[in-house]
Design a protein around this ligand. Structure first.
Ligand code: DGL
Length: 283
């Protein structure tokens, strides 16, 4: 059995890398749904169905816990899969099985509060003193998940999402640093103009963007803290496994990389991020 990591494409590698560093002896199966990437401009039902199909494939390959290393899938599909599909799957597989997302840990890191904490509203208006910017896909921005869930917990944080349509697709295609810099700079500036200043903190709310995190860091002023989603997810998963020893996560350090798209070596951009060439096998 193994930990499954799912994304529309190469973005989830940013989470996968952190998880394998945290749980080095565990078995991992990565699945990139590159035949259908990017997800960010798709409709809700489409995203749910594609995510379900990807999780099904990972479950069949031996995943007992699947991490949706994709903000879009976590925002749009996770709840449906947890409520309706995963319970059925547990029965069919006859073993412990679950699907987890990456937005809850990121909001915990952004608010400094556990998910179970919800602000007790006393009615008095609190001035938002800190601004958090969220760079994300159109689907994640439309869901307003970051605005809604952070506001429930921290009235003193104002959240502004900046959808970056096209950016995940460019990263998926292995665009050059020069091409990517133009797009990242444009979005950082668009957010600054909308807020009237730069945010105090920023979330790269699409795992693909973590691959070009240095470009975001360079475009934002030096003092802006970038919340690191991969380590927030690894922290949360460590706590989850402490409370759920029932999962068989394997112990042979197996690393499988599968794609629904064209198998073979991934782009130079990915190799640069990964630190070595990376090849995907057919799913
Ligand atoms: N990496 C994904 C995310 O975190 C999806 C990007 C896309 O497919 O549009 O949102």
């Amino acid at each position: 059995m193994a930990i499954g990591v799912f994304d529309s494409g190469v973005g989830g590698l940013t989470v996968h890398r952190e998880l394998t560093q945290r749980f080095p002896e565990r078995d991992f199966i990565y699945l990139a749904d590159q035949a259908n990437a990017p997800y960010g401009g798709r409709g809700g039902e489409d995203i749910v169905e594609l995510t379900r199909a990807g999780c099904q494939r990972l479950a069949e390959a031996g995943a007992s816990v699947i991490v949706l290393a994709c903000n879009t899938a976590s925002a749009i599909a996770l709840r449906r899969l947890q409520q309706t599909w995963a319970p059925e799957m547990r029965k069919t597989l006859g073993r412990p099985f679950n699907v987890l997302g990456i937005i809850v840990p990121t909001i915990e890191a952004a608010t400094g509060l556990p998910w179970s904490y919800e602000a007790e509203r006393r009615g008095d208006k609190v001035e938002a003193i800190d601004i958090t910017g969220v760079f994300c896909t159109a689907a994640t921005a439309i869901s307003r998940v970051y605005e809604i869930e952070i506001d429930k917990r921290r009235e003193d944080i104002a959240v502004f999402s900046e959808p970056c349509p096209g950016l995940a697709g460019l990263i998926e295609l292995g665009a050059t640093a020069e091409e990517l810099k133009v797009v990242v700079d444009e979005h950082v500036d668009a957010l600054r103009r909308r807020i009237g200043r730069h945010p105090d903190k920023a979330i790269l709310g699409c795992t693909h963007y973590q691959i070009v995190a240095p470009l975001f860091a360079a475009a934002l002023p030096a003092g802006v803290e970038l919340i690191h989603q991969p380590s927030a997810v690894a922290d949360a998963l460590e706590r989850y496994f402490q409370h759920h020893p029932e999962y068989d996560l394997g112990s042979t350090a197996r690393r499988d990389f599968l794609t629904t798209g064209t198998p073979g070596p991934q782009s130079d951009l990915v190799a640069q991020f990964w630190g070595a060439p990376l090849t995907f096998q057919p799913a």
